[in-house]
Write a protein that binds this ligand. Structure first.
Ligand code: NAD
Ligand code: LMR
Length: 330
């Protein structure tokens, strides 16, 4: 699976947590061609824990009933080694969601071990071109655990989902300024998929004009930044459950752009850091990125001012703390 070739051999895609809320939307988008393209057949493997395999089988039955032309086949598994054998793209969704009043990092204890095991299984059997997108929370540190457990695979094949934060930022800006999300350029979300994240408009434009000149500074600092950062909690409060369809949609955006590129457009992805912008090497950090030739390139050479620096640093600090906890799993 590369950006440039349209192969008619099915791409093998594994989705974990296949009986859960996010998967119920994500699987259909993948099978409809929204990620790998309208001519690329897909084979789906649905991974669940034994207690939820029956429910995942029901999901597989519904996929079959949808008669989707690109869907080449569906397997349901509870065995991780089998689930990741030959996989080209993995969406690691299966993990406990937080409830009201919990933070995403509270989930590290419950969820971290899942990613340790799945990283090892991916290492054992994945295809050479594998791409792994971690969605289960705390997503950045779970991606860190996964790539560390998959030591034979280049770490740049492991990402965490921060596209939902990016999309939320675009949507809120659009609502405020009466614009479509597509009219904004160079918006980015730095850091961790947590309340410390920093949605940043320093470099952004709207219809080619500098965005910072068009938004009220107090709204930007007092409302926009915290509301984007806390939107997941707001959804839980209102919906009673964590975001699902919007998370699936963001996962589709992320994997599609990773595979096919962004044509120079900036988006946000959490990727293993090579110390860009002072981030500890190895932390999985949200950066402005461009998709090119089937890989992400972090946008480099940006000047970081005194408003941005402490906000980026707060995320480095938070992820460093999570990594310390995660390192105890090894
Ligand atoms: P859900 O509870 O509806 O579904 C999770 C599923 O995962 C369940 O069916 C469960 O049986 C399964 N599961 C648990 N352990 C597993 C394992 N070891 N292997 C395979 N499957 C396993 O939850 P959901 O709403 O689909 O959310 C899933 C995760 O995604 C949560 O951690 C949530 O916080 C996170 N999330 C992340 C983002 C993001 O932007 N990164 C957005 C929304 C939700
Ligand atoms: C989100 O941002 O919606 C998810 O990470 C779910 C959550 O716990 O907030």
């Amino acid at each position: 699976m590369t950006a440039s070739t349209s192969s008619h051999t099915p791409v093998r895609v594994t989705v974990t947590g296949a009986a859960g809320n996010i998967a119920y939307s994500l699987l259909w988008r993948i099978a409809a061609g929204d990620v790998f393209g309208p001519e690329q057949p897909v084979h789906l493997t649905l991974l669940e824990i034994p207690d939820a395999v029956r429910a995942a089988e029901g999901t597989a039955m519904e996929l079959a009933d949808s008669a989707l032309p690109l869907l080449h086949g569906v397997d349901v598994r509870d065995d991780q080694r089998a689930a990741f054998e030959g996989v080209n793209a993995a969406f690691l969704v299966g993990a406990k969601p937080r409830g009201k009043g919990e933070s995403r990092s509270d989930m590290l204890e419950a969820n971290g071990k899942i990613f340790l095991e799945q990283g090892a299984a991916i290492n054992a059997g994945a295809a050479e071109d594998v791409r792994v997108l971690v969605v289960g929370n705390p997503a950045n540190t779970n991606a860190y655990i996964t790539y560390k457990a998959a030591g034979d695979i280049p770490r740049d094949r492991f990402n965490a989902l921060m596209r939902l934060d990016h999309n939320r930022a675009l949507s809120m800006l659009g609502q405020k300024l009466g614009a479509s999300p597509a009219e904004f350029s160079k918006v980015a979300v730095w850091g961790n998929h947590s309340d410390t994240q920093f949605p940043d408009i320093t470099y952004a434009t709207l219809r080619g004009e500098r965005l910072a000149d068009q938004v009220d500074r107090d709204w930007y600092t007092g409302e926009f930044i915290p509301r984007v950062a806390k939107r997941g909690g707001e959804i839980i409060e209102v919906r009673g459950k964590s975001s699902a369809a919007s998370a699936a949609s963001a996962a589709v955006d992320h994997m599609r752009d990773w595979v096919h590129g962004t044509d120079g457009r900036w988006v946000t992805a959490a990727v293993p850091s090579a110390s860009e912008y002072g981030v500890d090497e190895g932390l999985v950090f949200g950066y402005p990125v461009v998709g090119r030739d089937g890989a992400w390139e972090i946008v480099e050479g940006l000047e970081i001012d005194e408003f941005q620096r402490p906000r980026i640093d707060a995320n480095i600090e938070a992820l460093r703390g999570e990594a310390e906890v995660a390192n105890r799993l090894f």
